[in-house]
Design a protein around this ligand. Structure first.
Ligand SMILES: *[C@@H]1O[C@H](CO)[C@@H](O)[C@H](O)[C@H]1NC(C)=O
Ligand SMILES: *[C@@H]1O[C@H](CO)[C@@H](O)[C@H](O)[C@H]1NC(C)=O
Length: 216
């Protein structure tokens, strides 16, 4: 991957911790940061186009986009199109894991999964967080957060595997909690854009920066 991108991400993180400080309870309290390298950032994109036509990384911002009529990520796959970061090398099956990232979804993107935990006993995914018309939903159902278009938001997604619970925080505030879908041997975080089965915009984009993984 792109080393300059990771370096900027590191600088940005230091800036935020240094100048914005850290007051009050935070979703990351009590968690241990799991250092990431470029090897942990795997990109999935429509199999028939070069990465640079669906992804860019500048000043620490991963920008991912996809079109409704794009191909899946592999020729044999029958899934919807995606351009996603798959956190690689940190698959888990127990403990408490947390994804943190700052996300940005431009107005117009709809029916796009922007973050997910892949893997579960009873389904393909433990949780899917989708943007529909600027609001974030649990799959196509429960409302998680409103009015997220065109602004950076901080997402903290906690999976307590042993407790069987998933919690979603937006800008440090707890917005949603749900039971998970059972333990699988291999669960992992993803972010980017993955088209929903229905009600999707032609163009889908999300941007992510300061992606971090924590565990407890
Ligand atoms: C998004 O774009 C539409 C169409 O241009 C506009 O009507 C709407 O107000 C915009 N929403 C936000 C949150 O900016
Ligand atoms: C798509 O949108 C329509 C109209 O809003 C709604 O009735 C339907 O349930 C949606 N389908 C899915 C799969 O989200």
């Amino acid at each position: 991957m792109n080393h300059s991108c990771s370096y900027m991400q590191l600088l940005l993180s230091f800036f935020l911790v240094f100048f914005l400080g850290n007051s009050g309870a935070d979703p990351t309290d009590g968690f241990t940061l799991v250092p990431l390298t470029d090897a942990n950032i795997e990109l999935q994109k429509p199999y028939d186009v070069p990465l640079e036509q669906r992804y860019s990384c500048e000043a620490g911002v991963h920008r991912m986009w996809v079109y409704a009529d794009d191909k899946p990520h592999e020729p044999d796959s029958r899934t919807q199109p995606r351009t996603e970061i798959r956190i690689q090398g940190l698959d888990y099956s127990s403990g408490i894991w947390q994804f943190e990232g700052y996300g940005f979804v431009p107005n117009g993107t709809s029916g796009a999964t922007v973050t997910q935990i892949h893997g579960a006993a009873m389904a393909a995914t433990t949780i899917i967080l989708r943007i529909y018309n600027g609001n974030m939903r649990y799959y196509s159902g429960d409302l998680v957060a409103e009015n997220l278009y065109d602004k950076w938001f901080r997402l903290n997604l906690i999976h307590d595997v042993d407790g069987g619970v998933v919690r979603v925080f937006i800008d440090g505030e707890k917005k949603f909690q749900v039971n998970d879908k059972g333990r699988s041997d291999s669960m992992y975080f993803k972010c980017g854009v993955y088209a929903a089965p229905a009600n999707i915009s032609y163009y889908m984009e999300s941007r992510w920066r300061d992606i971090k993984i924590y565990k407890k």
